[in-house]
Design a protein around this ligand. Structure first.
Ligand code: BGC
Length: 725
């Protein structure tokens, strides 16, 4: 079944029947969404925003609200509709459920590092189930903006830099988030931000995007296409402009591509106040024009500005907007409400409430949070087998401003999470060791100030210990929306602390608790081991301790390149050759830096080692419509069980338009016991071989392809494939 064609004849005829009874005001109302959390008092009327929303809901002039405080409020607004309005169209209640509701899972960038989309789908489903307990039927997730700029704070919410990986995650996340267990237990997802928001110039949020159609279609759109194909019931149009036209006024994006090319049947909602922002962008002179531009572009719902309800009826009556556009948008909105069963059950049900988290987190969600957290961790460096730490270590110093933090591991977009639910790194280590191991803690320095007041005590604490664990990183407020940075170093006094502690000569393990890749080459010089632990959510400390002590063998692999310095950005594996041959002066390089990253895409270490055998295949020449089958034997040559992410990359060697030197085409995550060997097979078919040719047609061009299988984007053996004409 084509999942993206989810409307049925029943849904369509029921929606049409409801539409036929609606006034123009009610139609514009359905296309209006308000933020319940934003509640200023109007000085002229003395009314709060909420008073106005309640009044409008009672008149049938609101289609959706978000940021409600809980089930009671949700039920009372749904009841208001049933009691007061003629058509009784339930509210679609939304929420930013980005990486958990009350149970906070790792940030999406971390979850992508697990290379386990199925697991991400489970965290998304668990999050939707918890959100349903508060009447939420619409989650504003997943964020599938491909981004190649770690300065951009929202890289934390992303799946990283690769369009294929982001597409695989988009599918799993949409299918997971959109639980469909009957009325009261159904949720719509909202993949965002359509489109190219992750390419904001200079990594500064909301900034201008100028992008070729080729880049748009090769890199940015594939995850959205996959989300649509997977049945996403809505999509959020982004804040940014694209080539001069802001997304919410961009007919090419919202109508030509989304509706006409892809056949998308769901709702397109604007980002927050983005219709209003068309005025600041300078494409609309006033609110009326902003309304006109958005509706004509194909935007169904206006988030928070109220412009649609204020202007659409008037513009239709004046003949400036075709009522057909309004009707189509309303049909889509009602169809989603019908699909979710909201007409049958607008209230929070007893079954939905089973996942209520008031007193404690559901145990199965906690174990999911732990699994997701441990699989998200990436071991970046491990010299002298410093890790895993031995449980017979007599004394461990845990030093650093992130060691005890309960708030920071929650990361960005965690306002429904609670610090009290978090296991800090210090606590995780404490609970993990026996009574023979002494744990000494001191904060050492601050993330936000350069003060070295804590340095002496830190050195004293480190001096007493056999091994030092440094808990370094970024606070939860340093990544996420509008949290962009120009330096990607460890902020505050952390570098000074790390270097001073390292000078003592003890074994040092750095744990990086961050929302983004950092550019920290110097850290390699002063630590034996580096563990990239991200903002890992409620089970953070337990998961990191499992890795530190070897209860879990780290299996995470980077999904965003770690730069050597900020000047290299954007740096990503999916790059092209220049025309310049390597070597000599006049070549594509820096006079003051290597062009290599600190850690490449796909990189991550393990406590065991894997041997990749020779690539095997039956035939090296195929015709255009055939698939190429290849396989490889992988052996765990170490002494511990371990997981490996086997990555397959492809390059079209000579094509009618230039191609990236490597593109991820497939991957498999496998688990092997010590000494065990397994065969991993891949099928390279048209979807991996095809390119967008000079005329933007998706075609397999005959010729040679290189295909690699390896442990990361810079490693691996290759084979040459010939596709015959
Ligand atoms: C963000 C969206 C979010 C929306 C609603 C915006 O500022 O860009 O990702 O869904 O707010 O909170």
């Amino acid at each position: 079944m084509n999942q993206h064609k989810w409307t049925t004849p029943e849904i369509r005829s029921k929606a049409a029947e409801i539409l036929s009874r609606m006034s123009l005001e009610e139609k514009a109302g359905q296309m209006t969404q308000y933020d319940w959390g934003f509640n200023p008092i109007n000085p002229d009327t003395g009314l709060s925003q909420r008073d106005v929303i309640i009044d409008q809901i009672a008149q049938g002039k609101v289609g959706s609200v978000f940021n409600l405080p809980g089930a009671e409020q949700a039920n009372s607004l749904q009841k208001l509709i049933l009691d007061k309005t003629a058509n009784g169209i339930p509210l679609l209640i939304g929420r930013d459920v980005i990486h958990g509701y009350r149970t906070i899972f790792p940030i999406p960038l971390a979850q992508s590092s697990a290379w386990n989309p199925e697991l991400a789908g489970k965290t998304a489903a668990a999050s939707s189930r918890e959100a349903q307990t508060d009447g939420v039927a619409w989650v504003f997730a997943p964020m599938i903006d491909v981004t190649r700029d770690p300065r951009w704070g929202r890289i934390a919410e992303s799946i990283g830099e690769d369009p294929y990986l982001a597409s695989v995650y988009a599918k799993a996340w949409v299918e997971g988030a959109q639980t469909d267990d009957g009325p009261g237990l159904a949720t719509a997802s909202c993949p965002k931000h359509f489109a190219a928001y992750g390419l904001a110039e200079a990594g500064r949020d909301y900034n201008t995007v100028d992008i070729s159609d080729r880049m748009l279609r090769e890199v940015i759109l594939p995850p959205f296409r996959e989300a649509v194909e997977s049945g996403a019931l809505s999509i959020m149009a982004s804040f940014n402009e694209i080539n001069g036209t802001p997304a919410c006024a961009n007919r090419y994006l919202l109508t030509t591509i989304l509706r006409e090319e892809w056949g998308f049947e769901g709702i397109v909602v604007s980002d927050y106040n983005a219709v209003q922002e068309l005025i600041t962008h300078g494409v609309a002179a006033d609110e009326e024009e902003a309304c006109l531009l958005s509706i004509n572009a194909g935007l169904d719902m206006d988030m928070s500005s109220g412009i649609y309800i204020r202007y659409l009826p008037k513009l239709v009556r004046e003949g400036k907007v075709d009522e057909r556009l309004v009707d189509e948008a309303v049909l889509r909105i009602i169809a989603v409400k019908l699909k979710l069963g909201l007409f049958e059950q607008p209230f929070v049900t007893a079954i939905a409430s089973e996942y209520a988290t008031e007193s404690s987190l559901p145990p199965e969600h906690l174990s999911l949070a732990r699994q997701s957290a441990r699989e998200s961790i990436v071991l970046l460096r491990n010299e002298k087998e410093t890790l895993p730490l031995s449980r017979s270590t007599a004394s461990i110093a845990v030093i650093g401003p992130l060691a005890k933090s309960l708030q920071d591991p929650l990361g960005c977009w965690s306002f429904d999470g609670r610090p009290d639910d978090v296991v800090s790194l210090l606590e995780g280590i404490r609970q993990s060791v026996g009574s023979n191991t002494a744990i000494h803690y001191t904060q050492g320095c601050d993330v936000e100030s350069d003060s070295d007041a804590g340095l002496d005590e830190a050195l004293e604490t480190a001096h007493q210990a056999d091994v030092v664990v440094l808990a370094l990183g970024e606070t939860y407020l340093m990544s996420g929306e509008a949290r962009c940075r120009t330096s990607l170093d460890l902020p505050g006094g952390q570098r000074k602390l790390a270097e001073a502690v390292a000078a003592l000569g003890k074994p040092v393990v750095a744990v990086l608790i961050t929302g983004r890749p950092l550019a920290i080459p110097w850290l390699q010089d002063c630590t034996d081991s580096i563990v990239q632990a991200w903002h890992l959510g409620v089970q953070s400390g337990h998961a990191i301790a499992e890795v530190l002590f070897g209860d879990y063998n780290p299996s995470g692999r980077l999904t965003a390149t770690f730069p050597l310095n900020v000047g290299q950005i954007p740096i990503y594996y999916y790059r092209k050759n220049t025309g310049r041959p390597p070597g000599g002066v006049y070549t594509s390089y820096y006079i003051d830096s290597s062009t290599d990253p600190l850690y490449p895409f796909g990189y991550g270490l393990s406590y065991t080692s894997f041997r990749y055998g020779a690539i095997r295949y039956e035939k090296q020449r195929i015709s255009k419509d055939e698939a190429f089958e290849l396989s490889i034997e992988i052996t765990n040559t170490g002494t511990r069980e371990g997981e490996e992410v086997v990555q397959c990359y492809i390059r079209d060697e000579v094509a009618s338009v230039t191609q990236p030197l490597k593109k991820l085409a497939a991957f498999r995550k496998i688990k092997l016991a010590p000494g065990e060997t397994t065969t991993v097979s891949f099928t390279i078919s048209e979807s991996s071989l095809a390119i967008l040719d000079a005329d933007m047609n998706l075609t397999v061009e005959p010729g040679h392809f290189t295909i690699w299988i390896g442990a990361n984007s810079s490693a691996g053996e290759s084979v040459r494939l010939t596709v015959e004409a």
